[in-house]
Design a binder for this molecule. Structure first.
Ligand code: AMP
Length: 599
């Protein structure tokens, strides 16, 4: 029920006193966006005035935008890598930040095949927590009664490593879930999870997922929302249920926990809640043994009001499957964030996926924008820093690339995301996530770009040399019709000597050779997370890529400028390719992956 707190909010009537304060904060931030931005930049420049980075560009303690913009270059990760490597190797001098670097967050973006290392500092955790704190009060505006039940969220931590200089390197969510902020979060009746912390904090995926699913089943009537960070994560949970419902129902019937879940802290907390419940076990069997899994989410968790998963960007490919399993429940995309910095939130989280826009919170960092024109891209030179557009000056309808300056010391750093301004809340612009630059293929958190795919193709086709066979053309497709999804690479081959053509076995090896060449995030998803299936090569008839060109030209492409697309997702093209397939091949084993970085 809405409260009359005396603090009204144009966003809607707050559900409780605490929410009223949060909504008021959002109003203030979005009304005073430009002055908050000015203050944030001054704070960052003041606290980091003596860092090697700012001194290198002769900022001399200035804190104003003009000096900052005229002196500091706009950079990519590759530009910063030599300095980041120094930190990773143990240099503790204030290179980026006057506050000590506490750890590295391993981004899903890669550099030379390995995850990017993003330096972070202690108070970033509080800043991230501040953004998380905004999400529930906004959701409460649209979905009443969330304090009457629980959220079934599938949350996971991943393996962490140490850099040569001894700093921990781990994904941002692993860092957050292991933090005191998460583990000792104050009780909030609107935000109660079915998963006890112990089940989230187990690095073994099977045990963690099993325990979280079991808790979700035990509390099925109480579950009001089902979520994961990304859509792919929720679909993996459904797949897990498909593969493990028999064991889960046996545990529920007998009140004993599957011995494969050996983590003592999980066993302890589950044993406190698991009692024999033959009726529930029978229900799980009845629902899961059927061939038809349509609407399974709402059948098992009948009080689910929405799915809490990100379905924007690359995750949009999963919307049809989510709709199938949930009977079309609303899909709430609540926030937009990265390892480098958390950016903002969706003020209308129950809107349709196509209408999702994120409001960047101006207190999170200092944000600038490069106008994005794919036809005439702006040339940025390191020697004369460009004048980028401020958050206050972006224009409705235009596309921009996001550039951030953070408290942890990233200055004018290109995140690689392309955003489009779709509206405003007060004076704060709201952005649709258009895409990430240069990403060709993505199934889970992996991001494979064109040059990575090209290298993988080169390494795989080297195996064809003894067979006097060459690759004429190739393209790729992220096949997400199955769970997990997998990469499909279409190959058109020229076999010069049919009596010595590459065998099935050899083409299977080509699949693995490609996987071995892909970046570490891909290989981790494939090996440790099982969130990507074996790579598939589909060999197509000779002449297929010419047909593809004819098709593109018939739709208006220029003959002179035509290039075979390196990734396809337009259904008629995928269908054309599939109708010309002569053989299919899969990796027969998993590629190499260890948590340690290769270099
Ligand atoms: P990471 O580097 O692994 O932290 O991933 C951060 C990236 O994930 C962002 O820069 C975006 O490209 C993507 N991302 C994060 N949140 C969203 C969202 N809500 N919608 C679409 N893409 C997102």
């Amino acid at each position: 029920m809405a409260v009359d707190s005396g603090v009204s909010s144009p966003l809607g009537p707050p559900a409780c006193e605490k929410d009223a304060k949060v909504l008021q904060f959002i109003e203030e931030m979005t009304k005073n966006m430009d002055s908050v931005q000015e203050k944030v930049l001054a704070e960052i420049l003041t606290r980091n005035a003596n860092t090697e980075y700012l001194q290198r560009f002769q900022v001399f303690g200035a804190v104003d935008r003009e000096t900052f913009k005229s002196k500091i270059p706009v950079v990519t990760y590759e530009d910063l890598k030599p300095d980041i490597d120094r930190v990773a190797n143990g240099d503790r001098s204030p290179i980026f930040s006057s506050h000590p670097i506490t750890e590295f967050l391993t981004s899903s973006g890669t550099s030379a095949g390995e995850r990017k290392l993003m330096p972070t500092i202690a108070d970033e955790l509080e800043r991230r927590q501040k953004l998380y704190n905004l999400l529930q009060p906004v959701m409460n505006l649209y979905v009443p009664g969330l304090d009457k039940g629980k959220g079934l969220y599938f949350l996971f931590i991943k393996a962490e490593t140490k850099t040569p200089g001894g700093l921990v390197a781990r994904p941002v969510l692993t860092s957050y879930y292991k933090s005191e902020q998460f583990k000792k979060r104050p009780y909030d009746p609107y935000n109660v999870y079915t998963s006890p912390n112990e089940t989230v904090l187990c690095v073994d995926y099977y045990q963690s997922m099993y325990a979280q699913m079991l808790c979700g089943l035990l509390m099925r009537e109480e579950v009001l929302r089902v979520g994961a960070v990304f859509a792919s994560g929720l679909l993996r949970a459904i797949r897990f249920l498909q593969l493990n419902w028999k064991q889960l129902s046996q545990d529920i019937a007998s009140g004993t926990l599957n011995p494969r879940v050996s983590d003592p802290s999980i066993r302890k907390c589950i044993s406190e809640m698991l009692k024999p419940n033959p009726q529930l076990a029978e229900f799980v069997v009845k629902e899961c043994e059927s061939e038809n899994w349509e609407g399974i989410i709402t059948r098992i968790w009948p009080n689910t009001k929405y799915l809490d998963v990100i379905v924007t960007g690359a995750m949009a490919q999963y919307i049809p499957l989510l709709d199938y399993y949930s009977g079309g429940l609303p899909k709430a995309c609540t926030m937009y964030a990265s390892s480098e910095c958390y950016f903002g939130l969706n003020l209308k989280p129950m809107c349709k996926p196509s209408e999702v826009c994120y409001t960047i919170m101006p207190n999170m960092g200092y944000f600038e924008f490069i106008p994005h024109d794919p036809v005439n891209p702006i040339q940025l030179s390191r020697d004369s820093p460009p004048h980028l557009v401020d958050l206050a000056d972006v224009e409705l309808g235009k596309e921009y690339e996001l550039v951030i300056t953070t408290y942890a010391g990233l200055c004018r750093y290109r995140v690689g995301d392309i955003l489009q301004v779709t509206g405003f809340h007060n004076s704060a612009p709201q952005f649709k996530f258009v895409r990430r630059k240069n990403v060709l293929l993505s199934i889970d958190s992996d991001k494979t770009d064109e040059s990575e795919l090209q290298t993988a193709i080169e390494n795989a086709t080297a195996l064809l040399l003894p067979y006097d066979t060459t690759l004429v053309e190739y393209t790729s497709f992220a096949d997400t019709k199955t769970i997990p999804g997998h990469y499909v690479i279409y190959w058109e081959l020229l076999v010069k000597d049919p009596s010595n053509s590459p065998s099935d076995e050899l083409l299977n090896q080509c699949c693995l050779a490609m996987e071995e060449s892909l970046n570490s995030v891909y290989r981790q998803c494939r090996v440790a997370d099982n969130s990507i299936g074996p790579l598939e090569i589909r060999v197509v008839k000779s002449g297929t890529f010419e047909e593809l060109m004819d098709y593109a030209i018939s739709r208006g492409a220029s003959i002179n400028q035509y290039k075979a697309p390196r990734c396809v997702n337009f259904t008629p093209i995928v269908e054309l390719l599939d109708s010309r397939v002569v053989s299919v091949h899969f990796s027969q084993s998993a590629p190499h992956w260890t948590p340690e970085r290769r270099r």
